[in-house]
Design a protein. Sequence first.
Length: 77
Amino acid sequence: MTQTTHHTPASIAFLGEHQPLGLLADVALRTAVVLTKWRMRRISRRKLSGLDDHLLKDIGLSRSQADCECKQWFWRA
């Protein structure tokens, strides 16, 4: 069973009054975001490399385009 959250004007105002993160928390959060993006790229490229030509055609890519994408390093968008 899911629970719905009802936001009152007071709770919405509270959300706008958040305190800025400390330096360490900010760095940790930014690092986590970057590492997550890199991991998702690596996973996506690995899955892309496993697709056959028929599936690549379905998503509008040629084998050479897919190979070019799969050869990129995980940190490159």
